[in-house]
Design a protein around this ligand. Sequence first.
Ligand SMILES: O=C[C@H](O)COP(=O)(O)O
Length: 267
Amino acid sequence: MAETTPPRTPIIGISLKMYFSPSRTASYISSFAPIASAASALGVSTFVIPDFLSAASCAHTLNSVSTPNPSAPTGVGAQDCFWEEEGAFTGEISPRHLAELGIRFVELGHAERRRIFSESDADVARKTAAAVKNSIIPVICVGEVDRDEDNIPSAVAFVADQIRAAVADIPTDAQIILAYEPVWAIGQPVPAPTSYINAVCSGLRSVLDAELGRKESARIIYGGSAGPGLFAELDPEAVDGLFIGRFGHDVKNFEIMVKEIAAKKYA
Ligand SMILES: O=C[C@H](O)COP(=O)(O)O
């Protein structure tokens, strides 16, 4: 069954990629839990995506955190899943089994998976459908590969095609998160220019609202070297939050970004 609530609450998440050991992840989650609770009180949803080894224990911890605002919950995500739910698929991870462990999000189609593991839009679409079927919110990563700041329509067209492919087999009211990450801005000292982020996200918002009927069910979050200070410069009509990498490894930075999102979205 598709996850259909809550709609368009501001949200910030972090992927720990393969940076942290299990013990460092456990320590991070302990510090993260009270921040998630405070974020909920501010009306901001949060999520953490650890590696698979730590996902179940992190979900156990975070799912018991008190979040005062039911529209702004917290949760744990997985960094990928398979499109099948069970069977002879050595090394793969079932979305149904993730759901059984209390994992509420799954990141799909990250640029690193597309580049290193040759994941295609068709793969992402099948995984998205499997996640939604198991009531897991897909965090679908999209973004153009090449930097060409003078050609915003081309970036919007490329990313819109990725989105159309990813959502082809799910209901319009299924809640999704689109992590817009220009590939050229990932792993850099600074994010993409804010005017560029705002223009591309605004273009994508139009496609989601007018063409795909996803005004309420799709949120756009920006990722790619995002850190403190960025959200204050973003257009809150177009961008619903952030997808954090390295600059959230210090959990105090994550807390700062939660407050910046709340201040901007609820101004
Ligand atoms: O998953 C997160 C993004 O790829 C961004 O990572 P980054 O902020 O370390 O560039």
